[in-house]
Write a protein that binds this ligand. Structure first.
Ligand code: ZN
Ligand code: ZN
Ligand code: ZN
Length: 393
């Protein structure tokens, strides 16, 4: 099965929208380095090298958009959909050349003034400091700002093809969680289970496995536990938080399971009543927050819905992170579901809903789904069961 992709015609529209937003913000140009912004605008997922690759999007109407790339990257640069579609011209620089001078010339020609008079440019948020300092050298009077100021609104609202990729990734991750929860787990190390998860993420259709948290017993109280040599025992929970990418778009699911160690000969160890009580509160909080998703609701409100349920049950101090994060070409991106974020949800926004409760030294739990803000309410992409799964063996 070939990986689905964003239709190549889409990039011209994204570039036009980005140029329009940058012009409205009073910028002379957007300068986009290797990373998710470049993938979004040009369909080019380049290697992050010490040699600069930069998409120059001048705002003056009719000016050429240029992808500047090192000569040795010419082939993949010219093959990206924005270039093959004719929206973007590709210009390469030689090993002995100063690419900053080339970029300054392109920007100044497009703006119609000498490089020393270029007034305002925005750079992609992840641009290397060394590249930014180089740009500041060749554009000495320019005011620099972050491209997220103009790109975040475009990238936050996913189109149907992006949602399709996110859904495919979510469904693949669901299958991995269900396979792992079918056991056996007792007697294995966290690292061994993590290896199985990495393999399964790819086997189920991801291009890449990105992360694989397996946090057993007391480790389940540490949200970003790194799976290690701890041996999984009967009678404890495991927090499993995993994800990968399909066509550049990420999955991210968490399920907490209880390992009973049941065998044909014995019933195993049932979930501890304290754990069941904690899990029940968490399950209610996660469902309430997901159900509250609809256009017009502020991100901070979704966070409050989850937090209020958890606090009312007395676990407020044990929910030690935000409720969620946006997801797309980056595993964590806007919008963040956190107190203080007044950003209002709009159709197409994609984010996690992942409250957790952590009793340090004892155990913890988290439930995470990826949710799209639909026209009238939530569209939950993950479908693996949220009732506590009790694992035999
Ligand atoms: Zn996390
Ligand atoms: Zn996660
Ligand atoms: Zn997450």
């Amino acid at each position: 099965m070939t990986a689905p992709a964003i239709p190549s015609g889409r990039f011209a529209g994204r570039l036009a929208a980005a140029r329009g937003a940058a012009a409205a913000a009073g910028l002379d140009a957007l300068l986009v380095g290797v990373g998710a912004d470049l993938q979004y605008l040009a369909g080019y997922s380049a290697h992050p090298l010490e040699r600069i690759t930069l998409l120059v999007v001048p705002t003056r109407p009719g000016s050429a958009m240029t992808l500047v790339a090192p000569r040795l990257e010419a082939t993949p640069a010219r093959a990206c959909p924005a270039a093959t579609g004719g929206t973007v011209a590709v210009t390469t620089w030689e090993e002995t050349q100063d690419p900053m001078e080339l970029i300054a010339r392109l920007v100044s020609e497009a703006v119609g003034c000498p490089p020393s008079d270029v007034g305002a440019v925005a750079v992609s948020d992840g641009l290397r400091a060394a590249f930014l300092l180089g740009l500041q050298r060749v554009l000495p009077s320019a005011r620099f700002s972050l491209a997220s100021g103009v790109l975040r609104d475009l990238r936050m609202r996913k189109d149907d093809d992006e949602v399709t990729l996110l859904r495919r990734a979510a469904q693949a991750a669901d299958r991995v969680v269900l396979a792992v929860a079918s056991g056996p787990l007792v007697g294995r190390t966290e690292a061994d289970v993590a290896r199985e998860i990495r393999d399964r993420l790819v086997d189920e259709g991801h291009d890449l496995a990105s992360f694989w948290i397996v946090a057993s017993g007391p480790n389940s109280a540490s949200p970003h536990h790194d799976p290690g040599e701890r041996v999984i025992c009967a009678g404890e929970p495991i927090v499993i938080d995993i994800g990968g990418t399909i066509g550049g778009y990420g999955s991210d699911i968490t399920r907490t399971v209880w390992v009973s160690g049941a065998t044909d000969a014995g019933a195993g160890i049932a979930p501890h009543p304290d754990f069941l009580a904690l899990y029940d509160v968490l399950h209610t909080a996660q469902a309430a927050a997901a159900a509250a998703v609809r256009p017009g609701v502020a991100c901070e409100r979704i966070d409050a819905v989850a937090r209020d349920v958890i606090a009312a049950a007395g676990y407020g101090e044990r929910f030690i992170h935000r409720t969620g994060h946006g997801i797309g070409l980056e595993g964590h991106e806007d919008p963040y579901v956190v107190a203080g974020n007044t950003e209002v949800l709009a159709p197409g926004m994609a984010f996690s809903i992942e409250p957790g409760i952590y009793l340090e030294g004892r155990f913890g739990a988290r439930i995470e789904d990826i949710v799209i803000c639909g026209d009238h309410g939530p569209v939950v992409l993950n479908q693996a069961p949220r009732d506590l799964m009790v694992v035999r063996g």
